[in-house]
Design a protein around this ligand. Sequence first.
Ligand code: GLA
Length: 730
Amino acid sequence: MIVFDQENRIFTLHTLNTTYQMKADRYHMLLHTYYGSRIDDCDLSSLIRCEGRSFSPNPDEAGSNRDYSLDVMPQEYSTCGVGDFRLPSIELELPNGSHTADLRYEGFRLEKGKYTLEGLPGFYCAGDEAETLVILLKDFAAQVTVELYYGVFEAVDLITRAVRVVNQGREKVRICRCESLCLDFLRSDLDMITFNGHHLMERCLDRGPLRPGIQSVGSVRGTSSHQHNPFVMLCDRDADEDMGLCYGVMLLYSGNFEAAVECSQYENSRLVMGIHPYHFCWTLNSGEAFTAPEAAMVCSTGGFGQMSRQYHRAIRAHLIRDPYNGRRKPVLVNNWEATYFDFTADSLVGIAREAAALGIELFVMDDGWFGSRNDDNSGLGDWQVNQKKLPGGLKALVPRIKALGMKFGIWMEPEMVNEDSDLYRAHPDWVLHVPGRAPSRGRGQLVLDFSREDVRDCIYGQMKEVLASAEISYIKWDMNRSLTDVWSAGLPARQQGEVYHRYVLGVYDLLERLHHDYPHILIEGCCGGGGRFDGGMLYYTPQIWCSDDSDAIDRLRIQYGTSFCYPVCTMGAHVSAVPNEQNGRVTPLKTRGIVAMSGAFGYEMDLGKCTAEEKREIGSQVESFKTHYELLHHGDYYRLGSPFQDNAYTAWEQVSPDRREAIVNVVLGCTHAAPPFRTLRLKGLHPAYQYQIDGSDALYSGETLMKAGYPLPQMQGDYPAFQFCLKAVG
Ligand code: GLA
């Protein structure tokens, strides 16, 4: 609900459990007054106190009033060069060379439903599930308007934000920074939580107190990156899974980003998040507009768990698009770790045949099927079937897979090219490169200039031919290097600061075309695993390969960190062979199955090499996944034990919305002789319900299971795991 108090010019956004407020003050500055637990019928501007502070300048309108300074008051969208020395939200270069921005409140409008952003991903709603507030700010000297967009999703406690800058003047201006969100707090006794890592170990949680000065994470790799995720949290120092105030902020963007928090001199703090200012400079001609990507905020008063469940609900219902929001996605088998580049049509059909017999529904042919691709040095850019490897092409192969009752999926890496390819030989200028400088290679490949429409059209044309040649139900859209040598032959020198962003817009453009033309095709995002796992990609690709590390024990950490923002159904997770290809670890098949099932589930191994007993076990895993799919993927997610803190076990639980069913998953990190007896306290159950566990006669009340716990069985061997189901009776 959006409430406007006209007399005091106060805007209050209420969701079910939270309130967000701002006020246009007497000098037309837009101040941020509050974000937190819901307060009805409130004017929270009295929380903002002013007192003269040396070296904090006063705007002209304040006259002799030295108490009023932008430098100490919480701003809704901070400016620069005019009296607030903290992190700016916007920086404009005006025709006279100045780098200032001075924004004053000019008006607002309310819209039904949720705004959309042209060419950019965003949360969406049906009908009146959301409302929009647009606040207009203006820099009168620059003749630039800044529109602040707010999407209020009341039922799921989510507020989205975006910013549109319009040049209403006659001369061009340059935008050097344009954050998607600014969030000021009248306190700095907060912890910052970020999700960091590297290729093969993404999104590991890090937590630490805010310190004076600026703390930030970000990416200048052209992708949102393996190293830092565009999702960050701020929380009470003592907040934990179950209690405390915490804020989550996610950026729906797949390129360079920065999330920075400044803890300022008077113990206030400011979080800004948006496109990374490195090499970002956008020229805005007279009459043109620039739109910064969307950010989405959640505030929880019930700790991290509640915040995660709010994000999960919102992402499932309002970000993942039809037809995959809510629909079960097929269990897949992928041949990558089974064959790498070394396969034939017969060996692929062999894997598919074994898989089909075990209930697996989709066969995915990974890298190596096209051009001259027999290793990772050639072929990217030539999206035609390698007839030597696959005689008769997809026309011959796909019907063989379909005859097994399976769907067919294919791997592609549309943004890349190898120098050893027909595409590169014909169009060497189509890659990102700086004239006079030999571009760096990554995995032996160069990056196509996706900021250019002609380049995208050519790739899309090739993709369409592939899709027309056979019935294809799934595409794995991969992207296997960071961007370097970012310069485009398609833009003049003064616009080169637009290339990183135009590249991302180009990727979104092609993904949108695919979604529009082939809505039934399931696209799985991938970037050397989880190097582009963000809300932007999820709008186009309902699942993303979580990590190239498929080891179940490493995956506990990766999937745990990922779960803070992103729901289980988005995390591509496969059972692979042991010893694991990435770290050599041997884990039981059962453990691998339990971990992968809490993800977009599949297998990535040569099932023909499994023993009869292993095949039986895989068959029953697939069956169990299908039976419990609704609970596993759409249940409310509870973290019960962290793989970072407790070496003894990692546990998590999914509970049905009506709390009548739950599934509990436990993996032991290490086993000892004569181990202690442990109990596991469950969460999210109905205290008064009586639950039956795995169909046995004994009944436990929800209260008992949550307060006293469930006795964990003693387990032996390396990395054992178990899963049990609870059902309320009566
Ligand atoms: C990336 C992906 C893998 C696989 C290979 C193929 O590394 O993350 O899953 O598809 O590329 O080259």
